[in-house]
Design a protein around this ligand. Sequence first.
Ligand code: NAD
Length: 354
Amino acid sequence: MRIAVLAGDGIGPEIVAEALKVLERLGRDGLKFEFEHAPVGGAAVDAHGDPLPAATLEVARRADAVLFGAVGGPKYDALPRPQRPEQGLLRLRKDLGLFANLRPAVIYPELAAASTLKPEVVAGLDLLIVRELTGDIYFGQPRGIRRLDNGEREGFDTMRYSESEIRRIAHVAFRAARKRQRRVCSVDKANVLETTQLWREVVTEVGREYPDVELTHMYVDNAAMQLLKQPKQFDVIVTGNMFGDILSDEASMLTGSIGMLPSASLDANGKGLYEPIHGSAPDIAGRGVANPLATILSAAMMLRYSLNQEAAARRIEAAISKVLAQGLRTADIALPGEAKVGTKEMGDAVVSAL
Ligand code: NAD
């Protein structure tokens, strides 16, 4: 299994190193990995003047999956937009055709107190948001700001989805549900928006191909409310780019800990880019205190969704549950008064638990 390793900036290299330790430990039990490292983001700007050098894109293209740390930092904030580290990630997603963004939000019982919601509302939460990543109002044309005849300005964007774009993301959601509790809730605004009326029709059609998966529909305003009221009712949520952008951030905060949440962005063949949802955390970079668990969980998602190694993915997740049950906490998930461990100690503990 050939893995492109793009560690990036800030805490990126620190947390990716721990995920590699975990994969190497699995390698001792028979899984064969080949890691190819390449610079991305600010590190690539420093070395090559480009946040996504052609050689890095090539490494990502020929890999079976990409393990990504994080990019960005104050040093690069004044650069022209095309040279900004974040552009490296956006171009990578586009060039690899990564149209499906998967974000699980899982609460470990030991961390239920870290959520801002009552523990009984979130304890046991395990939901997956499948967000379409390359279409919708974020990319639709025409768009712009124009001058009207009466002299005032008007801003406009175009919400659009083709049937094939809806169909392919729906398949991703139904297939993911088959690895979980076999329930999909499709979120739209079909009562008001034509685009999402088509969304509902096409998702319903695709759903007929998965009779073993229960399909329900919900309007986005209600979904935003239900996520706070009764988040455990959901298994898989599938939705468009803009609604998914908002709902996935809302859902991530149900868990209360940004350092715990992984994500996957998949192409049509299941190849993917795996990364923690957080950024490069320049405020704590180089101090050895960042939580590596989101990146280690991203490696588990990589095993599950791109490399077809479900058992190995579960082993990693079980090892993480075990270290949390043992009381290990990095600073971001420690309650006041609790002892804290650093990035390396947390990675080592997961390896021992494996
Ligand atoms: P951030 O996610 O980097 O940090 C937000 C807060 O969470 C900080 O206080 C940070 O210390 C903390 N944090 C984040 N990850 C943590 C971890 N693993 N363990 C412990 N604490 C953690 O977001 P930001 O501060 O808004 O952005 C910093 C930089 O990262 C910016 O340049 C931004 O553009 C970039 N960014 C990159 C990505 C990405 O690479 N996908 C995503 C978001 C932000």
